[in-house]
Each structure stands twice: as C-alpha cells, then as structure tokens.
Design a protein around this ligand. Structure first.
Ligand code: SAH
Length: 347
C-alpha cells in the first residue's frame, strides 16, 4: 500500500526552497515550483514545463497537489452562482459568487460544517467535520474568480468569509489563505476588499488585532441582549456581550477599522423596543455600521422574518443615532445560496 504523500501546497516558499537545497538542487527551483503552484494554479507536476522531467518525477514521488473540484455549479435567476466544491477526501463545501452592477463578491467557506450552533443557520446542522486547508480556501477564490471573468467579464472584486464555517475557529488556515490571496505570489488582491465574518469569539478577535490584520471584520450580532443572543446562538452563552464588546474596542483601538454588525430581525424574538435600544447602545461603543440581513428560512420554520414595520423601526432608531444601517436583500435564494442556507443539499 502506498503511504500517503504530503500536499506540496502545505509548504511555505522557504520550506520549498529548503526542500530543493536538501535534494541537491538550487533554492531558486523552489521559487519556480511555488509560482506554478500558486499564481499559475498548476494541477499536475507535468504542467510545470520549465522544470526538468527528472525533477517533476522526483516531486511526483514525494508529493501530491490536492486541488478542489467544482462538482456542480448552479446559477440563480438573479445571476448568483453556487459551487459545490469537492475536496480531495470526498467532503463537500459550498461557495457563492454574488454579482452586482459594480462588483462581484466571492462568499467562501472556511470549515466543512461549522463548529458553532446558531439555531437559525442550516450549516450549523451539519456539525463541524474538519477545517479547510489554506489551499482549499484559496482554490475556492480562484474558481470564483474564473467564473467572474467568464460570466461578468471582470475579475473578482471582493471576498467575504460568510460561507460555511466559523473562520475564527480555523484561525491559522484562514490567515494563511488570506496571505496567499493578497500576496503577489497569489492573487495580489487588496486586503481592504476582504471581510471576515465571525459569530463573535472575543479571544480570537483580540488575536486578529494583535496580528495587525488589514482586512475588514463583520460580527454576526443578531441581538445585543445576552439572554436572547444565547437562546438563538447557544455557544454565545460562553461569551457574554461585555466580553465581545471589549474585544471589539480592542480591535478598533489597534486597527482603526470600522466594524460591520450583521443582524436579522425575527418575529417575536428581537422585534421589540428593548432589542432596538440595546442595539443602539451597543453600537455606540465602537465605530460601526449595521447590515440588516433578510432572513432566509431554513427547513424547520422555527424562525420567521419580522415585519417591514419592525425593520423600519430599527432603521429609524439607528439613523436617529447617526449609525449607518442598510437592509441587505438576499441573493440566490432559489438555489439555496443565500446566507445561512449552505447545507450541501445536492451533495
Ligand atoms: N460563521 C460566520 C460566517 C458564516 S454565516 C458568522 O457567523 O458570521 C454568514 C452570515 O449569515 C452570518 O451573519 C449569519 O448569522 C447569517 N445567517 C445564518 N443563517 C442565516 C439565515 N437563515 N438567514 C439569514 N442570515 C443567516
């Protein structure tokens, strides 16, 4: 039986350079192979045409290149594209391309399933099976960039980590993937065009600040009242809002980057004055804006979108306090590609 070979893309550029030196070649060979693997997106060693046949065979003997495969691609009436992405071990995650008039945004997954347990989210029902590797996150972006060029005639303009999984529970791999996406060895995209969305893990938000990341942060708040929040997002009982708030204050102090709060208004849950007041108060601590996300029903019907009137009450209160609030209509609902609907239904 063959022993399992290592994915060559788990090696950093320096590690790859060292590998060639140890194997009696030049460090520079490492740069060439690295370029093939990342910026040229080679799927096979034999594609690396400026590398000698012997060297390619040697690489083949030592490593594999674990590329993702877009299994099925669905296109919504509104132009949204959803990819079911098969990983080398057969597991599947989903990523979404969201076009608007001025930009195309990739919504990518960071875990297979999710570590957390938000009651309103279809992905949470899958449980976490494993974390994605940096290359598996990077490949989702590359696949969507290709689709963006093909269908919309321009490269991908933005990336949001709002697909399956909790990015801050796969911290190192998400950071490595973003380093590759922003590096000139990879896509060379500006970190300002990337948003990481978290359900709010205070310790990891502080770590982001300490690591001086340059991308944007979004927090899925949904309630600024502990008792309600821990009912709809049970894990958050471990992270009281005061702790979350302190971590966000810390983030802002270090990064000077505004936070986006994601917030769904549900009937009989947070469509009341106490919830509105609590949100307004919470928003005053750190410069921010609020995205009011339309609810996308998942199968069990426990949650229902609040009335237009309740949403308007939120907007009015936030605006009266000079807090920018936007209503985000969902895209790709007909193909289960909207927020919280990613659940591998086709897999
Ligand atoms: N785990 C991360 C990113 C994934 S979810 C996070 O929690 O932020 C992306 C966004 O969709 C989050 O704001 C999440 O709360 C929201 N969401 C989840 N289920 C939803 C649903 N059924 N309808 C609308 N938004 C939902």
């Amino acid at each position: 039986m063959q022993t399992e070979k290592k994915d060559i893309r788990a090696l950093s550029k320096d590690q790859l350079r060292d590998f060639f030196v140890v194997n009696n070649d030049k460090a520079f060979r490492g740069n060439q192979v690295y370029e093939w693997l990342w910026s040229k997106g080679a799927h096979h060693f034999e594609d690396m045409t400026n590398i000698s046949k012997e060297t390619r065979a040697m690489l083949e003997g030592n490593f594999v290149i674990n590329h993702i495969k877009v299994d099925t691609m669905q296109r919504s009436e509104d132009g949204t594209v959803k990819n079911a992405v098969r990983l080398h071990d057969g597991l599947v995650v989903e990523s979404v391309l969201i076009p608007t008039n001025t930009r195309t945004t990739a919504c990518v997954s960071s875990q297979v399933g999710c570590s957390l347990d938000c009651n309103f989210c279809a992905t949470a029902k899958l449980k976490r099976m494993r974390n994605l590797e940096p290359a598996e996150i990077y490949d989702q972006v590359i696949a969507i960039d290709k689709e963006s060029r093909l269908y919309y005639n321009h490269p991908l303009s933005n990336i949001v980590f709002m697909g399956m999984g909790e990015p801050l529970m796969n911290y190192n791999n998400v950071i490595k993937a973003i380093d590759m996406i922003t590096s000139n060895d990879g896509l060379g995209m500006s970190p300002k065009r990337i948003t990481v969305s978290t359900s709010g893990v205070p310790k990891m938000i502080k770590k982001l600040a300490d690591d001086e990341v340059k991308f944007k942060l979004a927090v899925s708040l949904h309630s600024a009242i502990d008792e309600i929040r821990s009912r709809i997002m049970p894990f958050s009982a471990n992270f009281p809002l005061t702790e979350l708030r302190e971590s966000l204050e810390y983030w802002y102090k270090k990064t000077k980057s505004k936070i986006t709060y994601e917030y769904v208004v549900w009937k009989d849950i947070n469509d009341n004055t106490a919830s509105i007041d609590a949100l307004v108060k919470f928003c005053k601590h750190v410069p921010c804006k609020v995205n009011l996300i339309e609810y996308n029903p998942i199968d069990d019907g426990e949650f229902q979108q609040a009335s237009e009137q309740s949403i308007n009450a939120y907007i009015k209160a936030l605006e009266a306090n000079d807090i920018v609030a936007k209503v985000r209509r969902s895209r790709g609902k007909d193909i289960d590609a909207a927020c919280g609907q990613l659940a591998n239904k086709e897999a």
